[in-house]
Ligand binder design. Structure first.
Ligand SMILES: Nc1ncnc2c1ncn2[C@@H]1O[C@H](COP(=O)(O)OP(=O)(O)OP(=O)(O)O)[C@@H](O)[C@H]1O
Ligand SMILES: [Mg+2]
Length: 287
């Protein structure tokens, strides 16, 4: 990863990313199944500040993927509130929600879900074209993002012509190309060998530190969970307890990095939602 690739990536940034703030209150998720109701999440409460980087661990079947699907608006909660930068997601209609999802949320899954008949470049261009960005600009943004994940030499390869780690880098580039304010990842390296997985972990953290989006990663990988500033364990029924929380220390490094790269963010308006606590901008303004 060259610094030239990093600056090209920044240059093609369509907007200055500001991490999403999420506040989940009393969220429940049930599935109807065989004439009965399966209750997976009961009363989930979670607050993420802008730029938070959080891992969620927990036993198989407790509902981690279900939580990501609901937060990513791929599935509706049965009850409860999800506020995204102060806006209630559960009240949005399907058309608005689809546009919102495309613009604000990036997903990375265990299996990359790339479109097999398209090249790496075309796969990454897809979300940009959906935003009706002209094709040459979409191609340039996709190319810059692929360069940032170290794949500018594989632009014309189809997924079957890429290694597992390269496929996952393309999936990461596709998730990042629109600079989402929330990045959701579900076992993003569960399918990779240890070394490749570690490279992708570092990439995740570097990219997020550079850009400041909010990151929520579900993982069974103790190294990845240990690298994240905050780690939560999901219990049966969806309760979340802290495994570790090092945000106070990491925040200082993150804030000075932010201020250095994006001095304008230091004066961005603070959110007026009474429900949310002090956010990154408050911290910067207070200095
Ligand atoms: N569509 C559905 N209908 C009925 N039950 C479902 C449905 N989707 C998920 N479940 C159930 O919800 C529970 C939680 O599933 P989920 O995929 O969220 O678990 P997880 O914590 O991600 O597990 P893993 O670590 O194995 O990926 C499981 O018991 C699953 O059987
Ligand atoms: Mg899962």
């Amino acid at each position: 990863m060259t610094s030239a690739a990093t600056s090209a990536f920044r240059q093609h940034s369509a907007k200055s990313v500001r991490g999403a703030r999420l506040k989940v209150t009393g969220m429940c998720k049930e599935y109807p199944h065989g004439g009965r109701t399966v209750s997976v999440l009961r009363d989930v409460n979670l607050t993420l500040d802008a730029g938070d980087m959080v891992a969620i661990v927990g036993a198989s079947g407790v509902g981690k993927s279900t939580l990501l699907h609901v937060l990513g608006t791929l599935d509706l909660p049965t009850a409860g509130s999800i506020r995204f930068n102060g806006e209630e997601l559960t009240l949005m209609g399907p058309t608005r929600l689809a546009e919102f999802r495309n613009r604000e949320i990036g997903f990375v899954f265990q299996f990359h879900h790339l479109l097999p008949e398209f090249t790496a470049l075309e796969n990454v261009m897809m979300p940009v074209l959906i935003q009706r960005v002209p094709r040459p600009e979409a191609a340039e943004r996709a190319r810059a993002t692929l360069a940032r994940v170290g794949l500018d030499h594989r632009l014309t390869h189809r997924p079957s012509e890429l290694s597992g780690g390269e496929q996952q880098r393309v999936a990461l580039a596709r998730a990042l190309v629109l600079e989402p304010s929330l990045l959701l990842a579900d076992e993003p390296t569960g399918n990779l060998d240890k070394r490749t997985g570690e490279e992708i972990h570092r990439l995740f953290l570097d990219l997020n530190r550079e850009r400041g989006s909010t990151l929520l990663v579900v993982t069974h990988n103790p190294e990845l969970a240990g690298m994240m500033p905050r780690c939560l364990k999901m219990l049966d029924g969806g309760g979340l307890e802290d495994v570790h929380d090092r945000r106070i220390h990491d925040q200082q490094a993150l804030d000075s990095d932010w201020a250095r790269h994006s001095p304008d963010r230091a004066t961005a308006p603070a959110d007026d939602s009474p429900e949310t606590g002090p956010n990154r901008d408050d911290t910067l303004q207070a200095r």
